[in-house]
Write a protein that binds this ligand. Structure first.
Ligand code: SF4
Length: 236
């Protein structure tokens, strides 16, 4: 499975399916931000990262232009990544609370991070066409990450993208259709392999600087994830 994931990583990194995103990610990598002028930007699509045996999948929206698109790793080198990694660390899913560069030694435990779109989009807004073009990679990841039981979707777009993909893959959605609400969790599919999806506000600056999302609220999301993964321990 690890080699199949490695193969998928190579395919993702070489992808040029979305002309607008290819232009943008490469332009950002050429022009750079002044504070990162000594960086060689990654400027390509980002593969997922984490434990191939993970039971928890964290689904983001897309890499940040000067975060993942610079460092070459999702949620690395930007404010969203710092928020997410601190929360994962506090919940025991990450080996360290920081995420600044690809070679900083971070490892994820029982968790895997990926995104609905793998290239940085202008204004953090991928189009529906770009979301559809990239969804095949998430589908392949889900096939390879056989132990995933809980999905934390960061933001409404990631939440909707996952539900769409689940439905297209024949997974039964509850009625009424799950609605995005921070902290809401829904059971998808049928036993013996039900999946739980948990909706969370994205830890974007827009949400964290306005107080819409606090560290406590994000901690609550990963406590919920733990409860779903370890129901017996949570009751003890
Ligand atoms: S967003 Fe996805 S499908 Fe589009 S170019 Fe990037 S990796 Fe390829």
């Amino acid at each position: 499975m690890a080699s199949a994931l490695a193969q998928l990583t190579a395919t993702v990194i070489a992808c040029r399916k979305c002309p607008r995103l290819v232009r943008y990610r490469e332009q950002v990598a050429r022009v750079k931000k002044r504070e990162f002028s000594d960086w060689e930007y990654w400027g390509r699509p980002l593969p997922g990262l984490g434990d191939p045996e993970a039971e928890l999948l964290v689904l983001g929206l897309a890499p940040a232009a000067h975060g993942g698109n610079r460092t070459g790793r999702m949620f690395t080198g930007d404010s969203s990544g710092r928020w997410l990694m601190r929360a994962l660390y506090r919940a025991g899913f990450a080996s360290q609370p920081t995420s600044e560069r690809r070679d900083d030694g971070l490892t994820l435990r029982n968790a895997y991070i990926t995104a609905a779109v793998r290239c940085a989009p202008p204004d953090n807004r991928p189009t529906q066409r770009e979301l559809a073009a990239c969804s095949g990679y998430l589908r392949q990841e889900l096939t390879l990450l056989r132990r995933v039981r809980v999905v934390v979707a960061l933001g409404q777009i990631a939440f909707a993208a996952f539900l769409r993909l689940a439905q297209e893959s024949g997974v039964a959605l509850p009625h009424p259709r799950p609605k995005f609400r921070h902290g809401a969790s829904y059971r998808l599919g049928t036993p013996p392999m039900p999946l739980v999806i948990i909706a969370s506000y994205h830890p974007s600056r827009q949400n964290t600087q306005t107080g819409r999302l606090t560290e406590g609220m994000l901690d609550h999301i990963f406590q919920l994830a733990r409860q779903h993964l370890e129901p017996d321990r949570s009751r003890a």
